[in-house]
Design a protein around this ligand. Structure first.
Ligand SMILES: [Zn+2]
Length: 104
């Protein structure tokens, strides 16, 4: 099932949602294989982040992440909105704001 059909069936008006997820530091859509800056960023490792998942394609190519939406794994563009110091911070923020933590 692709993203578009999931959107049609379930999402209607929703064009984005938030998750808390461990994310790599990525600079642009080219990724570490195509971009020196991405290679540098990648060395920082994965950290917990507040991630805005975008269900409609943006004007420019963003990196893609895998998330679970309505029980289905999908690939979608995203923006990192915040980084957390550790999982304790991440969990607290997720609880306070009723945002789903995704670990897989
Ligand atoms: Zn880059």
């Amino acid at each position: 099932m692709n993203l578009r059909s999931i959107m049609k069936e379930n999402m209607n008006e929703m064009d984005s949602f938030h998750v808390v997820k461990k994310m790599p530091h990525i600079h642009c859509a080219r990724g570490p294989k195509g971009c020196e800056k991405c290679k540098d960023y990648e060395k920082k490792g994965d950290t917990w982040a507040l991630v805005k998942i975008l269900l409609t394609p943006g004007e420019w190519a963003r990196p893609i992440t895998q998330v679970i939406l309505k029980g289905q794994k999908i690939h979608a563009e995203y923006d990192i909105e915040m980084r957390f110091n550790d999982i304790i911070d991440a969990k607290k923020y997720a609880q306070d704001h009723e945002i789903e933590i995704q670990m897989f």
